[in-house]
Design a protein around this ligand. Sequence first.
Ligand code: ADP
Length: 396
Amino acid sequence: MKILVINCGSSSLKYQLIDMENEKCLALGLVERIGIEGSKLTQKVNGEKFIIQEAMKDHTDAIRLVIGALIDAQHGVIKELSEIGAVGHRVVHGGEKYAQSVKINDDVMKILEECSKLAPLHNPANIIGINACKVLMPSVPMVAVFDTAFHQTMPEVAYIYPLPYDLYTEYGVRKYGFHGTSHRYVSSKAAEMMGKDIKDLKLITCHLGNGASAAAIENGKSVETSMGFTPLEGIAMGTRCGSIDPAILTYIMKEKNLTIEQVNDMMNKESGVFGISGVSSDFRDIEDAAWKDGNHRAQLAIDVFCYKVKKFIGSYVAVMGGVDAIVFTAGLGENSPETREQICKGLEFLGATIDNAKNNVRGKEAEISTDDSTTKIFVIPTNEELVIARDTLELI
Ligand code: ADP
């Protein structure tokens, strides 16, 4: 069976068509600027690009174009729409309702709408994507796979904030955690690479991309993670500040006379390594500025980022009473040996020592710790689309 995986944003849409016979990605693509002038679809098949530049007024138009690209006589990978057996949707927030993926029906749609309150920037776009697929492929079964689901196993002590308790009961204010699909994938892959049952392992997974989060995974269950009520908490990220003293907000709002929207933008779009360096949110630019131009603020941004990740690793060792392996994934985690080395420096007391030669790896699965490390260190490229496709297949 072939499964279409869709990750719908407010003005963009990523997709993959996966053949579940061999779990091979047949085609992947990105639709950009949906509903905005200059919209475009880029599809890649075996590394070859196919671009369609066409006006798209909404997500239904975008998905119609995706289907068109997939069945295109010259650049497509299937002959007709009926070859798509199911659609798996990435949905950001499943609230407390979903600890697992779910087959989509009308009742599920109602709950997804309710969860939109908790993720106003993400869930509405995910819902639009689901509805657009319903219009274009009414008889194809669909599954929702949530970013939050994997972290629903966190104990109360980890997810309750020290705030008035009714903020939790009345408003759903608690830690949910995100990147769950990625943490789940790389943790099970790490167990596989260690030749052990995940139920016997204590793992720390570090998803370091534009958004960054760490998770403590004990016996295959997430017991703690760095993102919280929203994906803003935790590690300093590309443009997000991560955890800060909350009193800074009221102070700076008063001093600079900022509105809620302005302070929200400041924390989400103008902070993190971009805010510190003033150079870029992309680590490649920051590394260049720091190492080629000797830019102090760029170096500081890297140092702060690595320091934050290291602090989470240390605290998760305490939470689990040990660690068997540390895993790095996502854009930066997979591709920056220097960042991995800096984060792990000083963790030798845990029995985790990076092997510099083995660490010289990019975008590939690898064990990068020395042979005598009692705590293993891995690089594992994440594959959220594959998890979504597998869950979809299982549920339909
Ligand atoms: P997203 O959270 O948007 O999915 P990714 O996981 O794709 O992000 O990670 C994107 C980030 O990864 C980039 O902003 C960049 O900082 C970092 N990155 C990607 N490749 C490299 C590289 N070769 N060296 C250093 N950093 C890299």
